[in-house]
Design a protein around this ligand. Structure first.
Ligand SMILES: C[S@@+](CC[C@H](N)C(=O)[O-])C[C@H]1O[C@@H](n2cnc3c(N)ncnc32)[C@H](O)[C@@H]1O
Length: 411
């Protein structure tokens, strides 16, 4: 039986924390923010192909930002004026910051409510897109949270989730443990103690990045409390994410950026061959454990009904996909050693490609299907089977690295 008294106590501690230390640090001007940083990565205008490879269900999306914090719902509403956005959060302080952005930018499409995402079913509404980043891992029962969201997701809807990553946050939990022993609370004195401790963290500690830096969130009080003094926080390894999604009756629909789980990026020779022989989720798990760099996992989930739109290459259906080169990708190297490269979290992703592969990618325009690209004169000299096998290998590699995304042309 669940201990609801304990769960309520934890939820209250979480609420109080975000009343005092609103997160992320509030912003004054959403337009300036978007101009400087670009759209949030869960913004449907940015992540549309990944959310709905088959095409957006409707132009006027109904969006829920569950645990919207101080600005997320307002930024999404600002950047998507044709959509309606509901932001819900436990913290009145964070909602007040969001409300200021609503007033400043005249966001008639933004509605804000103080409530737990666990109660969202009571609204008797459904949503095309649910954004829930950095929230579920703070619930006493994250599974109940995901199920509550799944219940209000439209059958053709999509959800963008961010959960903490276990391997990349190992150092965070060591420091949290020290601060707990030192009696540091979620107040000014606790933050001061944390700052003193950070001064003596050795440069080889797991908290420090390979480039020798402390996580950037530790530059401000709310970030210190959120990362090091939180009353409720758990992190996930890749298999735990798969179980979490499945337990809610949902389908894992892909990472925001495959590069963070891409075997080709980190391995070669025998190791790469061995890892690529594993099912996809195991490959991701190996890379997550190997790099130990993922302190967060950003991914998409959908209802089982949408599983037919999963990107896959094990049948010839992929020939009807429309490839799209991700922003920032460029051809580099020289004629004898070409690479397709782009900046990504954890440094540049550079995947070697052959001249023939480069020629195929040159034909990618975000409109032509793979079958149409293969009918180009440069490929018609080879047998159809050879062409299909060639395209499968290229597309699969480019998809694994996240350099290429795929939409479906037909219904
Ligand atoms: C780390 S912040 C993330 C904010 C925002 N999603 C973002 O990514 O910028 C977590 C937010 O979740 C909210 N929260 C925590 N538990 C919640 C719950 N059960 N229902 C609704 N909001 C919750 C907190 O109040 C806080 O504002």
């Amino acid at each position: 039986m669940k201990d609801t008294v304990t769960e309520d106590t934890i939820t209250e501690a979480v609420r109080q924390q975000y009343e005092t230390y609103s997160y992320p640090p509030p912003i004054e001007d959403g337009e300036k923010f978007l101009k400087k940083w670009g759209p949030l990565t869960c913004d449907p205008r940015f992540a549309g192909i990944q959310l709905w490879p088959e095409g957006r269900p409707r132009q006027e999306l109904r969006i829920l930002c569950a645990g919207c914090g101080s600005s997320q719902a307002a930024l999404i509403a600002l950047n998507n004026p044709d959509c309606t956005v509901l932001g819900i959060d436990l913290s009145e302080t964070s909602l007040a910051h969001s409300n200021r952005l609503r007033d400043r930018h005249g966001l008639a499409n933004l509605e804000l409510r103080q409530m737990s995402l666990l109660d969202v079913g009571e609204l008797d509404r459904s949503f095309d897109l649910i954004i829930c980043t950095g929230v579920l891992h703070h619930l006493p029962d994250p599974d109940a949270g995901l199920k509550a969201l799944a219940d209000v997701l439209d059958p053709s809807g999509s959800m963008a989730i961010m959960l903490y990553g276990k391997a990349g946050r190992a150092g965070v939990y060591l420091v949290q443990d020290i601060l707990r022993r030192l009696g540091a609370g979620r107040n000014a004195e606790g933050v001061r103690i944390a700052r003193e401790l950070l001064k003596v963290v050795p440069s080889k500690h797991y908290l420090i990045s390979p480039t020798g830096k402390l996580p950037h969130d530790l530059a401000h009080d709310a970030g210190i409390v959120d990362m090091l003094l939180h009353p409720q926080d758990r992190a996930y390894a890749v298999p735990e994410i798969m179980e979490f999604v499945e337990a809610a009756g949902l389908v894992f629909f892909g990472w925001k950026d495959n590069a963070l789980y891409c075997a080709d990026r980190y391995l070669g020779g025998e190791m790469l061959e061995r890892v690529l022989a594993l099912p996809a989720a195991e490959q991701w798990s190996v890379i997550d454990n190997l790099t130990a760099l993922n302190d967060r996992h950003d991914f998409f989930v959908r209802k089982p009904h949408s599983a037919r739109f999963l990107t896959r290459f094990d049948t010839d259906d992929f020939l009807s996909y429309v490839p799209h080169i991700r922003a920032g990708v460029r051809l580099a190297g020289d004629v004898n050693s070409l690479v397709l490269a782009r900046p990504a979290p954890q440094g540049e992703v550079a995947i070697p490609i052959s001249r023939a592969e480069a020629l195929m990618l040159e034909q990618v325009d975000g409109k032509k299907r793979i079958s149409e690209i293969l009918s180009h004169a440069i490929f018609t000299g080879s047998e159809p089977e050879q062409r299909t096998s060639f395209a499968r290998t290229v597309c699969e590699r480019m998809w694994r690295s996240g350099h290429v995304l795929f939409s479906r042309s037909g219904p």
